[in-house]
Design a protein around this ligand. Structure first.
Ligand code: MRU
Length: 352
C-alpha cells in the first residue's frame, strides 16, 4: 500500500498528493510550518491523514521549543496547536489529535521537557500505527455488506492515501476481496481537484482492485441501469445524530442511492466522529479558492477569466440517507451512533 506520511529520522516525509499521479514526489519536512502549509495545499489530505500530519507536526515543532519548565513548554506547544487547528476546518481529526496530545501532556506534567518532547514523537507514531489497525477493523465490520459480484461506488478518496494506510472506505473492499468475493469499484472523479481520478483510481489499480473511473454526473445513470450495488464513502466529520460531512458531491450520491434503493454506507473511524455537535448544520464547511474550479492543476484555465465561483469543499448528508456508519467498533444505524459516545465508549463488536 502507498504511504502518505511517515516519521523518519526526526523528520516527516509526505507524499505530495497534489501532483499525483503525474508525479510521485516526496516532501521532507523539518519544520512544522511546512506541514501546516502541506495540509492547506492538499499535499496531504483526507481526514485521518491530516490528523496524523498534525500530530507529527506538533511533535516536530516541540523539538525546537527552548523552554526549561512545563509552563513555558505548554505555552510554546499551544502556539503550534493553533497553527495546526487553523489549517482546515471541516475534518475533526486535527482537533481530535490536538485533544489527545493535550490529555497526554496533562497526564505527564511531572516529566522533564526533554522527556515530554520524546513522548510527543512516540504519541504521533502511535496515532499513525493505531489508524492502520482502526481501518482494518472497519474493513472487517464493513465486508459483511459486500456480496460476491458486487459493484461498489465510492466518492473522493478515502483510501490509503487519506489515512495512515489501508483506508476507511476501501478497507471493506480489501477485506471482502481477501474473503474471495469478486468485486469491482466505480470511482467518481470528484471535481474540482479530482481525488477520485487522481488518487482512488491510482491506488486501487496499484492494489489490484478492478476499478472504473466515471465523471461525477454519471453516477445516477449507472444506478438507473442497475450497475451499482452499494456506495461506501469516508467522512471528515460525522456528528451525534448521524449527519455526515464529506467531500462535496457526497450528498448528491446519497440522494441518488435513496431514489434507486441502493445502500449508502459511511466508513467512519471514531477519530472522525464529533459527539460534541448535535446536528450537521453546525459543521464548519471549508470554502476554497476559485482557481480549483477555474483551472486544472492550477495551470490550464477552463472557465472565463474573473468568473464568480463558489467552491465548497464539503457537504453534509443528512442521517436519513445513511444506511449505516461503519466504525472500528461495529456498524451502526445513524440513530444508534450515540451508543458510541463517551459514556459507553467501551462498546465492542456492535452488529447491525
Ligand atoms: O479535501 P480532501 O481531499 O481532504 O477530502 C477528503 C474526503 O472528503 C475524504 O472522503 C474524507 O476525508 C475521509 S478520508 C478517510
Amino acid at each position: 500500500m502507498v504511504k502518505a506520511i511517515e516519521w523518519r529520522d526526526g523528520k516527516v516525509i509526505m507524499l505530495d498528493q497534489s501532483i499525483l499521479p503525474v508525479e510521485v514526489k516526496f516532501i521532507e519536512c523539518a519544520d512544522y510550518h511546512i506541514i501546516a502549509e502541506g495540509i492547506k495545499k492538499l499535499w496531504i489530505r483526507g481526514a485521518p491523514a491530516i490528523g496524523i500530519a498534525a500530530a507529527m507536526g506538533i511533535a516536530l515543532g516541540a523539538q525546537d521549543i527552548t523552554a526549561k519548565n512545563y509552563r513555558d513548554f505548554i505555552k510554546g506547544i499551544e502556539a503550534i496547536f493553533d497553527v495546526m487547528l487553523s489549517t482546515r476546518p471541516t475534518a475533526v481529526n486535527i482537533k481530535w489529535a490536538v485533544e489527545r496530545i493535550k490529555r497526554l501532556l496533562k497526564e505527564r506534567r511531572g516529566e522533564s521537557v526533554t522527556r515530554l518532547k520524546e513522548l510527543l514523537i512516540e504519541e504521533a507514531k502511535k496515532i499513525h500505527e493505531e489508524d492502520i489497525e482502526v481501518n482494518k477493523a472497519i474493513g472487517r465490520w464493513g465486508a459483511q455488506f459486500i456480496k460476491d459480484g458486487d459493484t461498489v461506488l465510492t466518492h473522493c478518496n478515502a483510501g490509503s492515501l487519506a489515512t495512515g494506510g489501508y483506508g476507511t472506505a476501501t478497507a471493506p473492499i480489501f477485506v471482502a476481496m481477501e474473503q474471495g468475493k469478486k468485486i469491482q469499484v466505480i470511482a467518481d472523479e470528484t471535481r474540482p481537484v479530482l481525488q477520485g481520478a487522481r488518487l482512488t483510481a491510482w491506488e486501487l489499480m496499484q492494489a489490484g482492485v478492478p476499478v472504473t473511473l466515471i465523471t461525477d454526473n454519471s453516477a445516477g445513470a449507472l444506478m438507473k441501469k442497475g450497475e451499482i450495488d452499494l456506495a461506501i464513502v469516508g467522512t471528515d466529520r460525522t456528528v451525534r445524530n448521524g449527519d455526515v460531512a464529506n467531500k462535496i458531491g457526497t450528498y448528491s450520491v446519497a440522494v441518488l442511492c435513496k431514489e434507486h434503493k441502493i445502500p449508502f454506507y459511511v466508513a467512519a473511524p471514531l477519530s472522525s466522529i464529533d459527539f460534541s455537535i448535535p446536528t450537521g448544520d453546525m459543521i464548519p464547511i471549508e470554502e476554497r479558492g476559485a482557481e480549483e474550479v477555474t483551472h486544472i492543476f492550477g495551470r490550464c484555465r477552463i472557465a472565463p477569466d474573473n468568473v464568480k465561483v463558489r467552491n465548497m469543499a464539503f457537504d453534509v448528508t443528512p442521517a436519513k440517507y445513511v444506511t449505516a456508519i461503519i466504525t472500528e467498533k461495529g456498524a451502526f444505524r445513524p440513530k444508534d451512533l450515540k451508543k458510541l459516545s463517551k459514556k459507553s465508549a467501551n462498546i465492542e463488536g456492535y452488529r447491525l
